[in-house]
Design a protein around this ligand. Structure first.
Ligand SMILES: [Zn+2]
Length: 88
């Protein structure tokens, strides 16, 4: 009986294209990317300088958005509590 196991040093799973990286990067940055996709994603990032840069930019962008989102939310809450009247 022949063993079906293939061991050639590659992790199983399809390699991702740059296009797929762009689609998945948000999930990766937000930590919502499924574990099965993190491996191929990180493998592509280490091999592809363009996507590595794109990931850096996305992470920076995400931090800014989070910061702005929190600041905005706080302002909305403060406005809501300050007085009950609706601004025109
Ligand atoms: Zn790439």
């Amino acid at each position: 009986m022949r063993s079906k196991t293939k061991r050639n040093g590659r992790t199983p799973g399809p390699d991702l294209t740059c296009r797929e990286i762009v689609e998945l990067v948000t999930g990766y940055v937000e930590g919502t990317l499924p574990g099965a996709q993190r491996g191929p994603f990180e493998r592509h990032i280490t091999l592809c300088p363009d996507c590595d840069t794109y990931l850096d930019l996305s992470e920076a962008n995400q931090r800014v958005l989070l910061h702005r989102g929190r600041a905005r939310l706080r302002q909305v809450l403060e406005d809501a509590f300050e007085d009950g009247s609706h601004p025109a």
